[in-house]
Design a protein around this ligand. Structure first.
Ligand SMILES: [Zn+2]
Length: 423
């Protein structure tokens, strides 16, 4: 995942354009995703797919012809979605188009102007302070024209048509934690899940933030009724603890599964309520959809100083944090995949476990007492209403213990999978 992040880092992405295409193309080397192209001008609910933006070069040259700001040194230097411009400007006029971050004088901030035509440069405070009173040549060799919005989609068919949706944003240029960590995790999660036979179908979306989610929802509204669980992936490469942001519903299975995993994962974590701000959970959880989609991140957006600056770079993310995050995602999906309801086929008094050799069947370790307790809980609560997650929470036993217990009881014809939970 880190290698992928490093490979994608130099590409200048935006909500549309060749940077996104190049990124998606590289992802096809990991998972065979489909690349969709939606024409500019396509109405999508209250929005319209914007013109396509592409950039080749951008600079500010001083009177000696030296590039004092150079897009080729960092693609963050150009205000993302800047209209093309080439002219001479005075320092005061130039300053009106410069963005900096005084709190961190070496860092270049990341700024965009998607829906208002503008041009500008983002510079470090040190660069800004070094500018002398003279005439500058500014050049932004970009194009903003009718074109397409590109997004990637990988659909993995499981036993059921019910879906889990996993989405990440693809629209930030050279920023690692916010953007690339999510892309890398989702690509490798998809590749890994492809090797299993799954209960749910999975839909992985690689979409530009906001407009991509709105576009996908507008063009695929009929598919949304199949979405039973979902996660928005972002900021999964830093060393902070985990944060799970609940779906708008607040008590969806995904909310309970993520909370359960984080409680037992052995890392710092926080669980926060839904708010209509953040990543694309905003769109998935808009009231007209109200999908059970939460967001699992490390340090959330805006809560690390490097956020939306050049310091969100390859040293800010690390392979071990990415792999830890992937493990957390897999643990959540493990709960969802296996969280079924069962029915006790011998509900009148306890079945005689010893006669069936069940005391030895589970665990095989000395902890016979807790195996017995797990069996008694599973048998007692398997009334067709309680899921395994309900049982594990009530019994305060690990999900995997409850799951393996249910499997053993199933194999001894003491349980059956509840109808509707058996795809
Ligand atoms: Zn961002």
């Amino acid at each position: 995942m880190y290698h992928l992040v490093a490979g994608l880092y130099p590409i200048c992405r935006s909500i549309t354009g060749n940077g996104v295409r190049a990124t998606l193309k590289r992802l096809t080397g990991i998972v065979p995703l489909a690349i969709h192209e939606v024409p500019s001008g396509t109405p999508v609910f209250d929005w319209v797919v914007p013109k396509e933006w592409n950039i080749r070069d951008a600079y500010v040259k001083d009177s000696l012809g030296t590039r004092v700001v150079d897009f080729h040194r960092s693609n963050l230097h150009v205000l993302n979605y800047s209209i093309p411009i080439r002219r001479r400007v005075s320092l005061p006029e130039l300053r009106e188009h410069l963005f900096s971050s005084p709190e961190h004088p070496d860092w270049i901030p990341y700024r965009t102007s998607y829906y208002k035509e503008n041009w500008g440069f983002c510079v470090s405070q040190n660069q800004l302070s070094a500018l002398k009173e003279e005439e500058y040549e500014v050049c932004i060799d970009s194009s903003l024209e009718e074109g397409h919005l590109s997004y990637g989609e990988f659909y993995l068919r499981g036993a059921s048509e019910d879906e889990v949706i996993i989405s990440c944003h693809t629209c930030h240029p050279s920023l690692c934690n916010d953007n690339l960590s999510g892309l890398a995790l989702v690509a490798f999660l998809a590749k890994h899940l492809s090797t299993f036979s799954l209960r749910y179908s999975y839909r992985f979306l690689f979409i530009p933030g906001t407009i991509g989610a709105i576009t996908w929802l507008a063009l695929n509204e009929e598919k949304t009724s199949r979405i039973k669980h979902g996660l928005v992936v972002a900021c999964v490469g830093d060393g902070g603890g985990f944060t799970y942001k609940k779906s708008r519903r607040g008590n969806a299975d995904i909310d309970r599964a993520a909370a359960y995993v984080l409680r037992n994962f052995g890392r710092d974590y926080k669980i926060v309520d839904f708010s209509p701000y953040g990543y694309d959970e905003r769109q998935f959880c808009s009231p007209g959809f109200d999908l059970p989609v939460g967001s699992l991140t490390r340090t959330p957006h805006g809560h690390f100083p490097e956020y939306h600056t050049s310091a969100d770079n390859l040293s800010f993310v690390a392979p071990e944090h990415l792999s830890d995050s992937l493990l957390a995602y897999l643990s959540v999906l493990n709960v969802l995949e296996n969280n079924r309801r069962y029915v006790n086929l011998n509900p009148k008094c306890e079945p005689q476990l010893g006669r069936r050799g069940l005391y030895e069947a589970i665990g095989g370790n000395a902890d016979v007492k807790s195996s017995e307790l797990a069996m008694l809980w599973v048998l007692n609560l398997s009334d067709g209403h309680h899921t395994l997650l309900d049982i594990c929470e009530r019994a305060a036993l690990p999900f995997d213990v409850i799951l393996s217990t249910a499997r053993v009881l199933l194999s001894h014809q003491l349980l059956e999978i509840c109808e509707g939970d058996c795809e």
